[in-house]
Design a binder for this molecule. Structure first.
Ligand code: ASP
Length: 331
């Protein structure tokens, strides 16, 4: 699998304070796509995330990134990604410049993304970027001297979400190889499933895609997975694949990506997981969702031990602590 390595010299931080480790695989690197990760890299990230979970439960916060500053630059709404990066940095003893509402920044005066990036990297050691355009994070890397972490580029990718998703699968089910993963909902516009499917291609898994016809997984991505010899099937109903499913990954229909509201209305509420649905599922399986949910999983499911989405959300902070520590040279 092609490994994305941003051009040397563009993303390395030239000012390396004494005592920082510079030999980790992600030191000074931008994280733009899950294509950058090998299985060994994932084992490494998950090992660090487990240590972070342990440290948080034992002592809460510690000074691993004391003196470091992260800029959180969000051009699209976010609850979990923005606040978990924020919490991750704070728990590691660093601090954050939060730009969650770009309308109040110079972006509203017409400032370009490259200029905003050049500005923030004067003040921060790394920049987390969420942007509505596919490729925005890669574009930012072209001008940045500091690491950029892609927190979602339109309908493109959401690599740290995929890392936390896979960390959740392996924590909950104690393996990834041999599992059957069913992704349900908006597979066309959902960036989390794009990244997760690519990561799963590194493992020996079966993937089922379940969606309405107009929201199928993009053909290029299916071709990419098939080139990696992933066993995959596509359906428009969940029933045929539910009983074999180990991980049911539910997604929201991405209302904001539709040009025609009538088309959105035609697929809104297309699947709803209820306690009744789960009667047809394995005893040992998990239900995941990147959240927010807008009706795809009934609240009555929350008490089922198989409902893993809130544990998944918590894992986001540990995985993002690991990513920050690795990128900033302390893992
Ligand atoms: N929070 C996730 C994302 O930013 C999922 C979603 O919005 O549906 O992609």
């Amino acid at each position: 699998m092609a490994v994305y390595r941003p051009p040397e010299g563009r993303v390395s931080n030239p000012h390396v304070p004494l005592g920082e480790r510079r030999d980790g695989p992600f030191y000074g690197k931008s994280i733009i796509s899950v294509r950058q990760f090998s299985r060994e890299d994932l084992d490494y990230v998950f090992g660090v995330a487990r240590e972070m979970r342990e440290m948080v439960s034992r002592i809460g916060s510690f000074d691993l990134l004391k003196g470091k500053i992260l800029a959180n630059l969000f051009y699209e709404p976010s609850t979990r990604t923005a606040s978990s990066f924020y919490a991750a940095m704070e728990r590691l003893g660093g601090s954050v410049i939060p730009i969650n509402e770009v309308h109040y920044s110079s972006v509203s005066k017409g400032e370009s993304l490259p200029d905003t990036i050049r500005t923030l990297e004067c003040y921060a050691d790394a920049i987390v970027l969420r942007h509505p355009q596919v490729g925005a994070a890669a574009q930012a890397v072209e001008v940045a001297k500091k690491p950029i972490i892609n927190a979602g580029d339109g309908v493109g990718e959401h690599p740290t979400q995929a890392l936390l998703d896979l960390f959740t699968v392996s924590s909950e089910l104690e393996r990834v190889d041999g599992l059957t993963i069913t992704m349900l909902g908006d597979l066309k516009f959902g960036r989390t499933v794009h990244s997760l499917a690519r990561l799963l291609a590194l493992y020996d898994v079966r993937i089922n895609f379940v969606s309405p016809d107009i929201l199928r997984m993009p053909r290029e991505l299916v071709a990419e997975l098939e080139a990696h010899e992933v066993t995959l099937t596509e359906h428009d109903r969940l029933e045929p694949v539910l009983a074999e499913t180990d991980v049911l990954y539910v997604t929201r229909v991405q209302k904001e990506r539709f040009e025609d509201p009538a088309v959105y209305e035609s697929v809104r509420g297309c699947y709803v997981i209820t306690p009744e649905t789960l009667r047809g599922a394995k005893e040992r399986m998990i239900v995941m969702h990147p959240l927010p949910r807008v009706g795809e999983i009934a609240m009555a499911v929350d008490d089922d031990p198989r409902a893993a989405y809130f544990r998944q959300m918590e894992n986001g902070m540990y995985v993002r602590m690991a990513v920050l520590a690795m990128v900033l040279g302390k893992a």
